[in-house]
Design a protein around this ligand. Structure first.
Ligand SMILES: C[S@@+](CC[C@H](N)C(=O)[O-])C[C@H]1O[C@@H](n2cnc3c(N)ncnc32)[C@H](O)[C@@H]1O
Length: 178
């Protein structure tokens, strides 16, 4: 016999979740907390709505784990510095264990999900991200469309030479509320 559990979607700010205290058995967020400036307040709000014993799983990326083959390494570093401005916490994973513990979570475990693209295609993660990065960075002061176009040409030309390589780590944090 199967049991049907009623469920529904809500859209809300993680800083003000419209739920009662101790309402949920499980919480999950992928690529959300790195976008929230006051992350410690957001984690406290998350813990508030979890039941005692509830589990949480968070996924976030550290863009400094990015390895992207190119000919002009200085330009690549500059592009990645520009891209890191698209969120308030571009290196969140390295501080997230302590932040989760400070919010009251225990048994924090960390795992990695490596993304690896050995060929260039717009269907891959890196091929898709290239457009987002180009669009964001070209709008920054002191960047501009030519630098961004040269960067794209550099990276994609690695594929023509058979040397395309992209790797990025996503980090998975699992913990529970005591
Ligand atoms: C990169 S997207 C990730 C979307 C999806 N979770 C995924 O993994 O594909 C970042 C998400 O964070 C959400 N977000 C950013 N700040 C938020 C906040 N203060 N409260 C709730 N969601 C927020 C955005 O609406 C967006 O959907």
């Amino acid at each position: 016999m199967t049991t049907t559990v009623p469920w529904r979607f809500h859209q809300a700010d993680v800083l003000q979740l419209p739920f009662e205290t101790a309402a949920f058995d499980v919480a999950l967020a992928t690529q959300v907390y790195e976008y929230v400036a006051d992350i410690d307040a957001a984690l406290q709000e998350l813990v508030r709505v979890m039941k005692p014993g509830a589990q949480v799983l968070l996924v976030d990326t550290d863009w400094e784990s990015c390895v992207w083959a190119c000919r002009d390494e200085a330009r690549m570093r500059r592009m990645m510095q520009g891209w890191s401005q698209h969120i308030p916490h571009p290196q969140l994973p390295r501080t997230l264990v302590q932040r989760m513990q400070r919010a009251g979570l225990v048994d924090v475990q960390v795992h990695t999900i490596p993304l690896l693209n050995m060929e260039y295609s717009t269907d891959t993660f890196s091929g898709g991200m290239m457009g987002f990065i180009a669009s964001f960075v070209s709008g920054l002061p002191d960047y501009g469309p030519q630098l961004v176009a040269d960067w794209q040409a550099d990276v994609t030309s690695m594929a023509q030479a058979g040397g395309y390589f992209f790797s990025l780590n996503r980090y998975v944090f699992v913990a529970r509320k005591p």
